[in-house]
Design a protein around this ligand. Structure first.
Ligand code: B12
Length: 307
């Protein structure tokens, strides 16, 4: 007989730990046609790693033996109490002002699993956040956590799109979501119009070659001349900042994400033109900025200054 856990147990523990919401789907196979099409058109730019493990994307149950469910959790980084307004000419994408979300969310999910295992000792779970070959946004959408906006991001009615997604794949069945949120973007095209590089294409997809976030984080070479950074040195928030769903969705505080004070120092130093390598090294210890090297960081600053 299937092992079963009441979804309300998971949800109440998750909210207590600090997640904003969660939802579950039964493990299933996903159609990879549109994803492969995206790759074939070269929209992944130099992110070759996205071409790997297509079989796992199609069949996430391969990640855990006897898996029955995928439970998605969202964490808001639209936090009122922290200075994420970024009025400086040189800016970081707001998610990078917090401690590395991969570590913080992973830890929060491990805490959740421990709490569940206190009640169900044979509850097994594989934690995924960002780096696993999963359609995280689509899975979260099917879990009832929102819809996919024109800028390709998951938008939640209550928390907007400044949210991060993590999952657990588990050997337990639970109560599955049966509700699909309608596409509440309707006729709004703010994100499409605001992208300085026209990276947002039809059918809710991004051409990463044209996305400043890709260019400042993932492109290891120099950024092409035609790319406009809008002052962003790492990542980009333009298509999130102009989204009406992010205007009234800030949360008071986060139990999961903590502001990284070294990133604030780096932000100040960068704007006063007082950069030094030690400051960068200190900040990158616990920040998504560890994805780039100092040389890339400096070259991004130079590019972002040429407005
Ligand atoms: C590669 C990647 C990037 C690339 C490419 C972005 C992109 N949109 O594809 C770059 C470097 C540009 C990037 C930038 C950012 N990223 Co990023 N990124 C990823 C990553 C690792 C993979 C995404 C991917 O596979 N893209 C390829 C496309 C084709 O696949 P897809 O977007 O999943 O969509 C496919 C399916 O979902 C499906 N689908 C989608 N909608 C629908 C609807 C229907 C009806 C159907 C049938 C199918 C379907 O078809 C799509 C096409 O194949 C994910 C983590 C993950 N594992 O998913 C994070 C992720 C998408 N990134 C995230 C974030 C936060 C960002 C930034 C905001 C960071 C920043 N401030 O700079 C920007 C946002 C830029 C943007 N508008 O997308 C979050 C987004 C959270 C959210 N609210 O949705 C994620 C989910 C990470 C996480 N775990 O939280 N990212």
């Amino acid at each position: 007989m299937d092992k079963f856990i009441d979804f309300q147990i998971i949800k109440s523990l998750a909210l207590k730990i600090g997640f904003q919401d969660c939802g579950a789907i039964k493990v299933k196979e996903f159609d990879t046609f549109s994803f492969s099409n995206w790759l074939n058109k070269g929209y992944n730019a130099e992110m070759q790693y996205l071409e790997n493990y297509l079989e796992i994307r199609r069949k996430p149950s391969l990640l855990l033996e006897n898996s029955k469910s995928i439970i998605s959790f969202i964490t808001s980084y639209n936090i009122e109490t922290t200075d994420n307004k970024n009025n400086n000419p040189l800016k970081f994408a707001s998610y990078s002002l917090y401690n590395d979300y991969h570590k913080s969310i992973k830890q929060a999910l491990y805490n959740l699993i421990n709490c569940i295992q206190d009640i169900y000792p044979d509850f097994q779970a594989k934690v995924c956040i960002d780096s696993a070959p999963l359609f995280e946004k689509l899975i979260a959408k099917e879990s009832g956590l929102g819809w996919i906006g024109k800028n390709s991001l998951l938008i939640n009615k209550t928390f907007g799109s400044k949210i991060l997604i993590g999952e657990i794949i588990t050997n337990y069945s639970t109560d599955y979501n049966t509700y699909l949120e309608e596409d509440l973007c309707k006729d709004c095209v703010n994100c499409i119009g605001s992208c300085p590089n026209k990276a947002i294409l039809n059918d809710n997809i991004i051409n990463a070659n044209l996305c400043s976030s890709y260019q400042t984080i993932e492109n290891k070479d120099s950024i092409p001349n035609n790319i406009e950074l809008n002052g962003y040195v790492f990542g980009c928030d333009v298509c999130l900042s102009t989204c009406p769903w992010n205007q009234k969705t800030a949360i008071k505080d986060s139990k999961i994400l903590g502001l990284n004070p070294d990133m604030q120092d780096l932000l100040m130093a960068m704007n006063k033109d007082e950069m030094d390598k030690l400051l960068f090294k200190k900040a990158k210890k616990n920040s998504p900025i560890q994805r780039i090297k100092y040389e890339k960081f400096i070259s991004n600053i130079e590019k972002a200054r040429k407005i």
